[in-house]
Design a protein around this ligand. Structure first.
Ligand SMILES: [Fe+2]
Length: 226
C-alpha cells in the first residue's frame, strides 16, 4: 500500500512538472459545403485541414519541452512577446482560425439588441461598422486579419493586424478582445475570388454567425469588467 502511494505521488509530481500544453482543432461546426456560394468547399477543406491543422501541429512542436509555457491559448498570446516567433505565428494562427470558424454560419442571424446598440454607438450603424472592417481588411498589406474587438474601455473598435497577430497579443498595437475576425490571407479566398479581396470581404457578411459574435461581445465585456 505504501509503495502504491509513493508511486501515485511520484506520478502526480511527474505530470505537474512535465505537463505541457497540447492544442488541437475543434471540429468544424458545419459541413465544408454549407458556406457556399460565399466560401467554396475546396477552400474550406484546404483552409481547415491543411492551413489550420499545420498551425496546430507547429504550435505543439514549438512548445515541446517548454513546461513553463502558459497552458491556455489566451494566456500564451497575452505573453507572446516572451515566446519564439514560431509560437507567435502558430499560436496566433490557431486562435484566429478557431474564432473564424465559429463566427461563420449558413443560418441567417442578426446582432443581439445589445451588440447592435454598441455598434451604433461606436460606428453610427451596422453598415458603417462593416465598411470599417472591410476597409481594414482591404488595406492590410499582405496577409493578415481584420478585427472587430472590444478595447480596454469596453468600446467596440476595428483594426487590422499582419500575419497571425491579433488584439490579444501583448505585441499588438490594437489591444483588446476580438469578437469577430476576418481572415484576409489569400489562402482564405484565392480559389474562388482570385485577387478580388474586396468581393470576398463584401460577401462574407452573408455568412456571419451573429449569435456567436453577440455571445463573444458579452464574454468580452465580462472579461474587461473583471
Ligand atoms: Fe487562414
Amino acid at each position: 500500500m505504501k509503495s502504491f502511494k509513493s508511486l501515485f505521488l511520484f506520478g502526480m509530481v511527474f505530470i505537474s512538472v512535465f505537463a505541457q500544453a497540447q492544442f488541437s482543432q475543434k471540429p468544424l461546426p458545419y459541413s465544408k459545403e454549407s458556406l457556399e456560394p460565399y466560401i467554396d468547399a475546396a477552400t474550406m477543406d484546404i483552409h481547415y485541414n491543411k492551413h489550420h491543422a499545420a498551425y496546430v501541429t507547429n504550435l505543439n512542436k514549438a512548445l515541446e519541452g517548454k513546461t513553463d509555457a502558459p497552458k491556455t491559448i489566451e494566456e500564451l498570446l497575452a505573453n507572446v512577446s516572451k515566446c519564439s516567433p514560431a509560437v507567435r505565428n502558430n499560436g496566433g494562427g490557431h486562435f484566429n482560425h478557431e474564432l473564424f470558424w465559429s463566427i461563420l454560419s449558413a443560418e441567417k442571424t442578426a446582432p443581439s439588441p445589445k451588440l447592435e446598440k454598441a455598434i451604433i454607438d461606436a460606428f453610427g450603424d451596422v453598415n458603417a461598422m462593416k465598411e470599417a472592417v472591410n476597409k481594414a481588411g482591404l488595406t492590410q498589406f499582405g496577409s493578415g486579419w481584420s478585427w472587430l474587438y472590444v478595447n480596454s474601455d469596453g468600446k467596440l473598435a476595428v483594426c487590422s493586424t499582419p500575419n497571425q497577430d491579433n488584439p490579444l497579443m501583448d505585441v499588438c498595437q490594437c489591444k483588446g478582445i476580438p469578437v469577430l475576425g476576418i481572415d484576409v490571407w489569400e489562402h482564405a479566398y484565392y480559389l474562388k475570388y482570385q485577387n478580388k479581396r474586396a468581393d470576398y470581404l463584401n460577401n462574407i457578411w452573408n455568412i456571419i454567425n451573429w449569435n456567436q459574435v453577440s455571445e463573444n461581445y458579452e464574454m468580452a465585456l465580462r472579461k474587461i469588467n473583471m
